[in-house]
Design a protein. Structure first.
Length: 640
């Protein structure tokens, strides 16, 4: 840990946030934060390695150490997660959208605008008009002052959540990292890239994979600019029309899965090669099971029931089950950590932890009180806030555990957060949830829409990197927390700056307007306009997901040959898995054949090829996005 590494990372954060915002919001292509391994941070790390190599050759005293490179990478990962597709990108338009889009026809003014807390929203038409029509600037004293209040309040709230996540990771780190020795596959590539003792960049097999993926992206990139150039079909959009036409031709009930997608992403095949065989098998197998559920439900006429077959609710229950299993198996560790925090005899030592266990438990408690007080200030009933954040951190811990143990390429959990659970459990017409509480639940949509770019697993993976490189955890912890605060501010700046330049109603992609800004208020319109009671069918679906996950885990622990992994069941119903199931099927077949006929020696020899596939697509794909942003032209996007 050095100050210059932290400073470099902080200086890169606004540029990184602007790059992500340009891709995901202005142009709606690339979407680096919708998969587990962010291609923008891998590209930035590679660029730093190249520049550092030049510095080392000519001015070696100024060259960065490996740990400095990794600190920059880890801080950029935290900042990217917060600037991602399921965090600030949703929050920034949410701040002003209700006031801009309220009309007599939608009756938002009468329904819920009167309940919106002014601390975190902005309704001054003179201030926000420029953000919607574009061709203007954010940088006037009046506009900066008006946006500062909601931005700073949301940033402070996120800082509290990040601190609580850090406390949970501190409590669990030793159990998962040193006792269970989880693998943390997501950090393998950056560790290999920065290790001067490895032969990754001198491995011919790696360059073979790099060249194959890079060639696909180069050819397709040229096709995007010159349509007469050949096209190598690998993206879902290359197959969508054929798939939809085929299922439409088959008619009922097959039409219900016309959204099935096929792809051949090189990077996804490479990521899949690093996963355990049982998880690979379970991902595509359970994806087909979910599709079968929909077909059977349509055949039986059950699709008339809203949300049938309750895929999101089943997935949410499955995530909760994974968290409960992880906590139950580590219950002795949790007891020892609590005893250590209370100053009683304990087998655990917290000398090498980011903070002492006492500080972690106290910090978690203080953070919980602050989160509940903040929610109460906005209008949420305190006991509802407690349920909300307990479930939120159960889901967050589940995502962190999944990545630490298995490193799947995606973990969406769309529409499965505590906001949806509370509405399903208590309804909106019973009076149990007050209008102010329902409104705040809607506003919390921005960090519960999906869990793809969740920052908590990146914190724990940073400590795995620290363990591998003999880095001290405490300074790294403060660097990560600083990255969280500055990264959130940088993300807000990049989004709001682009609003005023391009206009959400003018030159920008309509996702900020029609999706991210609209969704929370569309939910509120439904909840207030058509109130309903407890959705017992949804609650049963939560129970089914929880029960099936616990059953799968019990069978997996009892029978070593059991092929169905509960994590595969939990993550396979997601939007991302709809795009990735075919590459994971290909990776499963390839890995199965390699191990069966070549043994683990051949598989180890094939790992550099998999890393090359990832690196090749990430590098060339990043270059195409940068070229498009620089020249303001449409270029090839390798993902989705």
């Amino acid at each position: 840990m050095t100050a210059r590494a932290v400073i470099i990372a902080l200086l890169l954060m606004p540029l990184n946030a602007y790059w992500i915002t340009q891709m995901a919001i202005v142009r709606y292509e690339g979407h680096p934060t919708t998969v587990s391994l962010f291609f923008n941070t891998i590209f930035a790390l590679l660029l730093l390695i190249i520049l550092n190599g030049i510095v080392r050759r000519f001015v070696p005293t100024y060259a960065l150490h490996r740990n400095e490179l990794l600190v920059i990478y880890l801080m950029l990962c935290i900042a990217s997660a917060l600037a991602g597709h399921d965090m600030v990108q949703v929050c920034a338009p949410e701040i002003s959208h209700a006031y801009r889009m309220a009309t007599p026809e939608n009756a938002w003014e009468d329904m819920f605008i009167k309940y919106l807390p002014r601390e975190v929203t902005l309704g001054d038409e003179a201030i926000i008009e420029g953000a919607y029509i574009g061709g203007s600037t954010l940088y006037t004293a009046e506009r900066l002052r008006a946006w500062a209040r909601p931005v700073l309040n949301w940033t402070g709230f996120m800082a509290v959540l990040l601190g609580m996540m850090m406390c949970v990771n501190t409590i669990l780190r030793q159990r998962w990292m040193e006792r269970e020795k989880l693998d943390y596959p997501i950090v393998h590539l950056p560790l290999e890239m920065t290790d001067l003792r490895t032969t990754l960049f001198r491995n011919k097999v790696m360059w073979l994979g790099f060249g194959a993926a890079a060639l696909v992206d180069m050819v397709n990139g040229l096709h995007e600019l010159y349509p007469g150039f050949p096209l190598i079909k690998v993206r879902v959009v290359h197959f969508d029309r054929v798939i939809r036409a085929s299922f439409d031709a088959w008619g009922h009930p097959w039409r219900v899965i016309r959204g099935t997608r096929i792809s051949l992403y090189p990077f996804a095949i490479g990521l899949g090669m690093l996963l355990p065989l049982d998880l690979l098998f379970s991902c595509w197998f359970f994806y087909l099971v979910w599709a079968a559920e929909k077909v059977v439900a349509a055949w039986m006429g059950l699709m008339r029931i809203p949300s049938m077959p309750f895929v999101n609710e089943q997935s949410s229950g499955a995530y909760i089950g994974l968290c409960l299993v992880a906590l139950w198996t580590g219950r002795q560790h949790l007891r020892d950590a609590a005893r250590r925090a209370l100053g009683r005899p304990s087998e655990l030592c917290d000398d090498r932890e980011p903070m002492t266990y006492r500080a972690a438990f106290v910090g978690l408690g203080v953070g919980a009180v602050l989160a509940v007080l903040f929610s109460a200030k906005l209008g949420m009933t305190a006991w509802v806030a407690v349920i909300f954040f307990v479930m939120y951190f159960l889901l967050s811990t589940a995502v962190t555990r999944i990545r630490a143990e298995l490193g799947p390429p995606a973990h969406d959990l769309h529409y499965g957060g505590p906001d949806q659970f509370l509405i399903n459990a208590f309804g909106t017409k019973s009076g149990i949830l007050s209008p102010h509480t329902i409104t705040v639940i809607g506003l919390y949509w921005w960090f519960n829409r999906a869990y793809r770019s969740h920052p908590m697993p990146h914190q724990l993976e940073a400590f795995k990197v620290a363990e591998q490189t003999k880095m001290e955890n405490t300074p790294l912890m403060w660097a990560l927390l600083l990255a969280g605060v500055v990264g959130t501010l940088a993300a807000f700046w990049a989004n709001i700056h682009c609003y005023y330049v391009y206009g959400m109603e003018a030159k920008m992609s309509r996702v900020a307007l029609r999706a991210f800004g609209r969704e929370p208020y569309a939910h509120l319109q439904t909840w207030f306009g058509a109130p309903e009671g407890t959705d017992w069918r949804a609650l049963i679906a939560y129970g089914v997901g929880l029960g099936l996950t616990l059953t799968l885990m019990a069978l997996r622990l009892r029978f070593t040959w059991w092929p169905f992994h509960p994590v595969g069941y939990a993550i396979s119903a997601s939007w991302s898995m709809n795009c990735l199931w075919m590459p994971l099927l290909i990776a499963w077949l390839a890995k199965l054949m390699i191990i069966r006929y070549g043994g683990f020696k051949m598989y180890r020899a094939a790992i550099p090829f998999a890393l090359g596939l990832i690196l090749g697509e990430f590098v060339v794909g990043s270059l195409w996005t940068i070229l498009g942003i620089a020249l303001q032209i449409h270029t090839y996007s390798f993902w989705v």
